[in-house]
Design a protein. Structure first.
Length: 426
């Protein structure tokens, strides 16, 4: 791990600052929207717009990089991100914010593609697993730390929009000034959705549902807090607890996933998340209960993305994994776009608790479908499965590719060890 930090500290420090800035604006808009009098439906459109831009950026950024290079794309998109953050309070209108969020999602998707390419290029093949783990920790730590910044200013003013803009601007300096060779970036034609469905129905359903869950947590949690009458400090604590749960539970769940039928673990985690969301829906008046539920929801929802990816990889040939990742990211993106819209509709129909109702329905559906799939096919033997690699739903195709490389390397090592044992036995 120390070797990874030594080789890529500038990249990781830049990503940390970037995630702090992005984490602030995601929560701040939900609070400021309530102050401005935006309806829940209007805020759901604003929050959904980010994921529309993010999906578009993940598909178009590689072509931009091929045309003008990593450095130009990174610097240009970073400048747009910084500018958009300052413009939000100047144009406090749902249409302007939705347009800004589309651009923000597009730009950040391109930034992630570029930064993750550099990170992958900065470490050796043997260190990719550690680099990916450290990258995930840095990302989640940035979002958690961002919630504390909400307490240093007034959400109705300008300061809290200026701070993330400055942090984002500063975040690009260590990355661009670090002495790193320009990485190569190759894309693979995505696998057709029909073929992907035949390979893993649970993977397709899981990625779609988890897209909705994550976008609700990332986009609508602050809207829920504002509608429920929580203070700024309570909203920041609520959201920080969601990500803290995801950061802490990522590795225990990864350990379990390498030692049991992954469908069982998917079913259990989704069911636990559903129970926690239902508990929050009925006992949200008690803030301590709300925080406990937030920890469990985050601790189950975030690792599930990597768990479902590992499950899909168990059913793919090595050469098909890169193509499958493009289809999975698209499915997840469609779910993410719809997540805030459906959440906003539910909140408008039943009140703030519609936020947790949405999470309960999606998590219950995933648990039920995982249980159903267990009756339709046999489990892949544990000794034939690949290694779990931590990854977040915000990952670009590059990070997903790195996770798959880690998976392949672990599977090949396991096969080599099994062959060696057979030779010794013979």
């Amino acid at each position: 791990m120390l070797q990874v930090i030594s080789a890529s500290w500038a990249l990781l420090f830049g990503i940390l600052l970037l995630m702090v800035g992005n984490g602030v604006q995601g929560t701040l808009l939900g609070i400021r929207g309530g102050i401005e009098g935006f309806s829940t439906f209007e805020m759901s459109i604003v929050m959904s717009a980010y994921f529309l831009g993010f999906l578009g950026g993940s598909r178009l950024a590689p072509e931009m990089i091929r045309r003008v290079g990593h450095i130009r794309v990174f610097a240009a998109l970073g400048s747009f991100v910084s500018a958009i953050l300052i413009l939000y309070p100047l144009f406090a209108h749902p249409v302007a914010w939705a347009f800004g969020r589309v651009l923000m999602g597009f730009c950040l998707s391109g930034v992630y593609v570029t930064a993750e390419s550099w990170l992958n290029n900065a470490v050796t093949n043997e260190r990719r697993g550690q680099a990916l783990s450290l990258y995930v920790i840095v990302q989640m730590a940035g979002v958690v730390a961002a919630q504390g910044l909400l307490l240093v200013g007034d959400p109705s003013g300008f300061v809290l929009f200026i701070i993330p803009s400055v942090l984002v601007s500063i975040s690009f300096a260590p990355i661009l000034l670090a002495v790193q060779p320009t990485p190569a970036y190759d894309t693979t034609k995505p696998m057709s959705l029909r073929k992907l469905w035949k390979v893993s129905q649970l993977g397709c359903v899981g990625f779609f549902l988890l897209g909705g869950v994550f976008s609700a947590l990332f986009g609508m949690a602050s809207v829920y807090g504002s509608e429920a009458g929580l203070s700024v400090g309570q909203i920041s604590g609520f959201i920080a607890t969601i990500y803290l749960g995801g950061m802490i539970m990522q590795y225990p769940i990864g350990w379990m996933s390498d030692r049991m039928d992954r469908r069982q673990l998917i079913m259990v985690l989704a069911a636990v998340g559903a129970v926690a969301a239902a508990l929050a829906m009925t006992m949200a008046e008690d803030f301590s209960t709300l925080l406990a539920a937030a920890f469990i929801i985050g601790g189950t929802a975030n690792p599930l993305y990597a768990l479902v990816l590992a499950y899909v990889n168990d059913h793919l040939e090595y050469e098909d994994m890169a193509a499958a990742s493009g289809g999975l990211i698209f499915i997840n993106g469609v779910g993410a776009i719809s997540g805030p819209l459906v959440t906003g509709w539910m909140m408008g129909a039943v009140g703030p608790q519609g936020f947790f109702l949405f999470l309960t329905v999606l998590s219950t559906t995933l648990a039920g479908y995982a249980a159903y799939r267990m009756t339709q096919s046999d489990a892949v033997p544990v000794d034939e499965t690949g290694s779990y690699a931590p990854i977040l739903p915000t990952a670009s195709p590059v990070a997903v590719g790195v996770a798959q490389e880690v998976f392949i390397e672990a599977a090949q090592e396991a096969e080599a060890e099994a062959d060696a044992e057979q030779e010794q036995a013979g």
